[in-house]
Design a protein around this ligand. Structure first.
Ligand SMILES: Nc1ncnc2c1ncn2[C@@H]1O[C@H](COP(=O)(O)OP(=O)(O)OP(=O)(O)O)[C@@H](O)[C@H]1O
Ligand SMILES: [Mg+2]
Length: 243
């Protein structure tokens, strides 16, 4: 029997009305992502990447079309159930790390588990484990401002991991980092993929997208390529986009 895809978009549209004009941020997007895949969603600024990410992450709803998460049509469940889906199935990594400045590193990671109603002792333990996985066991009592950008991003990765999510969603995770630190974060995502995690990485950068197995390329809210990252590079090479 064919397994249920973890993520399935069926003809998703997201339309914004701005005065008389309309913006088709997602214009008939369909794809399936299976457990264990490492997919990059790429495209130029304004192509609809964050729109798709927000729908995948249950942070926004489509204008039309069906979004199935683990086989469940997200539009048919109420807001509480969506929030619970978000807390248990999804781990988010953003460009701006979104850490709370007055909470320690450990407390920041624990917070995501608090929302998922994990009891206090288990929260502390899981937060410590996640922080040691990203190499920050010795920084748990620091405030975010006392860490480098790369370390702050690792805290946000630990926060995503602590909930043991089915999917890790990363929107431009290296956007604010220098190339060396970006490398570390990408290596880390790759390790997570190798240990069985499903990763959806959003980026406008082709070199970063090439880290993934599969690339979904958007232009004007439509999919213009969906296939292996290696083949995508060859296509670009042929077009003279990269040399
Ligand atoms: N709330 C909104 N109201 C109106 N238009 C919007 C809204 N959000 C996004 N858009 C439009 O939808 C289109 C897709 O936006 P989206 O944020 O998904 O692009 P993106 O690929 O993530 O771009 P970037 O790389 O700059 O982050 C853009 O034309 C954008 O202006
Ligand atoms: Mg975006």
């Amino acid at each position: 029997m064919e397994q249920t895809p973890l993520i399935e978009f069926q003809d998703i549209h997201k339309i914004y009305h701005m005065g008389d004009s309309e913006v088709r941020a997602a214009d008939g997007v369909s794809f399936r992502i299976d457990r264990g895949e490492f997919v990059a969603i790429v495209g130029q600024s304004g192509s609809g990447k964050s729109t798709c990410m927000n729908i995948i992450g249950c942070l926004d709803v489509p204008t039309s079309g069906r979004y199935l998460l683990g086989g469940t049509d997200v539009s048919t469940i109420d807001e509480d159930a969506q929030a619970s889906f978000r807390n248990t199935m999804l781990g988010f990594i953003f460009q701006q790390y979104n850490l709370l400045p007055r909470l320690s590193v450990q407390e920041n990671v624990e917070l995501s588990l608090l929302y998922a109603k994990v009891p206090p002792q288990e929260r502390a333990e899981r937060a410590r484990q996640a922080l040691s996985r990203v190499g920050l066991a010795d920084k748990i009592h620091h405030l975010p401002s006392q860490l480098s950008g790369g370390q702050q991003q690792r805290v946000s990765i630990a926060r995503a991991l602590a909930g043991d999510p089915s999917i890790i969603l990363a929107d431009e995770p290296t956007g604010a980092l220098d190339s060396g630190t970006s490398r570390e974060v990408l290596d880390f995502l790759r390790q997570l993929h190798e240990s069985g995690n499903t990763i959806v990485l959003i980026t406008h950068d082709n070199a970063i997208a090439a880290e993934a197995q599969r690339i979904i390329r958007l232009a004007d809210g439509k999919i213009v390529y969906d296939g292996s990252a290696v083949a995508a590079e060859q296509v670009q090479f042929a077009k003279g986009v990269v040399s």
